[in-house]
Design a protein around this ligand. Structure first.
Ligand code: MEV
Length: 392
């Protein structure tokens, strides 16, 4: 049975670590070599304009992850020490009580059109657009027959009026792609039909990065025998502080994004979109009524932690996370040669599975940070790495 559980991984040499990952993910020689190869100039020039070089960062792997009873090794690209060690340690504790349980929504993105100066406001313009719904969905779907063939495409449309604007939300199932290209093409294609019918100007025709119809969730329980009651109580206090003090909530969420952005980078995903969506969701996604509101109402803002913590009746610590994760396993920069190898190491079969793994890693990271900062502090771990650096 293949396991990602490994002790003292950080003590192994780079070659030993690479061999472990190679065996785990059944990488070919070529794929293994790719992990230590720079992006070639030709590929770089295809990705970006005005290229003058390439920039590399370390790829590390978080080990010990058990998610929905499947073992994962999780590649992360980042410059900050301790993050990967902390996530691996949290995953080791979590697997003692069965690991992480995760779920995610269908990969639905929101395309927005904001019309200014429509002839009829006060519900009449909105009614006309709703009447044209099927025609607009067909036009949107004709822009991307491949996505439609794979079962995705524009599925629904909603209209809302505010401050003399009519806002149209087009809901597009993006399957395993992030979807920005598909969604932007669709909203640009249907906007003229809309203004033809109701007059005015389509000021904006663009995707929303508040992907709150594409949420991923993870939860797990940390056993009191492994943590001790004092640590559990301190973590619960840290969670309460983050819930009441936005200055702390931001740092709390930054720790979560340490893992999330690092996996996005490793897999060629748009980490700025994910960051923007996560922080917006932290401001207006949680709490009573949020689930019913998704994508339709205009939310009020109140910045909160992305994770929750509670005591179970047995005295263990239950942790959970929910956030938008618009991530892809196909298309865009996932074609980057190293992203391809990292996706193979992850062994994910869909964008939904990738989102769930990322949610679990974010939760592990947050738990590890809270455990460290409420007990021994984080500097001790940082210093260990500095010691290693100075003795090498
Ligand atoms: C540092 O990159 C992240 C932490 O500040 C997160 C936190 O305070 O929860 C340790």
């Amino acid at each position: 049975m293949k396991t990602s559980r490994v002790s003292g991984f950080y003590k192994k040499t780079l070659t030993e670590r690479l061999n472990f990952v190679k065996d785990f993910a059944e990488l070919t020689e070529e794929e293994t070599n790719q992990l230590n190869s720079n992006l070639n100039q030709e590929t770089a020039e295809k990705m970006l304009e005005n290229v003058i070089g390439t920039f590399s960062l370390p790829i590390g792997v978080a080990v010990n992850f058990l998610i929905n009873n499947k073992d994962y090794i999780i590649p992360m690209v980042l410059e900050e020490p301790s993050v990967i060690a902390a996530a691996s340690n949290a995953a080791k504790i979590a697997r003692e009580s069965g690991g992480f349980t995760t779920s995610s929504d269908e990969p639905v993105m929101i395309g927005q059109i904001h019309v200014m100066g429509a002839r009829e406001l006060g519900g009449e313009g909105a009614r006309k657009i709703v009447e044209m719904k099927q025609e607009l969905l067909n036009l949107a779907n004709s822009q991307d027959p491949t996505l439609v063939n794979f079962g995705g495409g524009a599925k629904d449309l909603e209209v809302k009026e505010f401050s003399n604007f009519l806002r149209i939300h087009l809901y597009v199932n993006c399957q395993d792609a992030m979807g920005a290209n598909a969604v932007n093409t669709m909203v640009e294609a249907i906007a003229p039909k809309i203004t033809e019918a109701i007059g005015g100007t389509a000021v904006l025709k663009i995707i929303s990065n508040l992907a709150d119809r594409r949420l991923a969730r993870a939860e797990c329980t940390f056993k009191k025998e492994l943590l001790g009651e004092d640590t559990i109580n301190l973590i619960l206090k840290a969670y309460q502080i983050a819930s009441e003090d936005p200055y702390r909530a931001v740092t709390h969420n930054k720790g979560i994004m340490n893992a999330i952005s690092a996996i996005c980078l490793a897999t060629g995903n748009d980490w700025r979109a994910v960051e923007a969506g996560a922080h917006a969701f932290a401001s207006c996604g949680r709490g009573a009524g949020a689930a019913g509101r998704r994508g339709s109402e205009l939310p009020t803002t109140n910045y909160k932690p992305l994770t929750t913590y509670e005591l179970t009746p047995e005295g263990d610590l239950k942790a959970s996370i929910e956030l938008p994760l618009a991530v892809a396993t196909v298309g865009g920069s996932t074609k980057h040669p190293q992203a391809q190898v990292n996706l193979k190491i992850l062994g994910v079969k869909s964008s939904k599975e990738l989102a769930q793994v990322i949610a679990a890693a974010g939760l592990a990271q947050n738990f590890a940070a809270l455990k460290a900062i409420t007990t021994e502090g984080i500097q001790k771990g940082h210093m260990k790495l500095h010691e290693r650096k100075s003795t090498q």
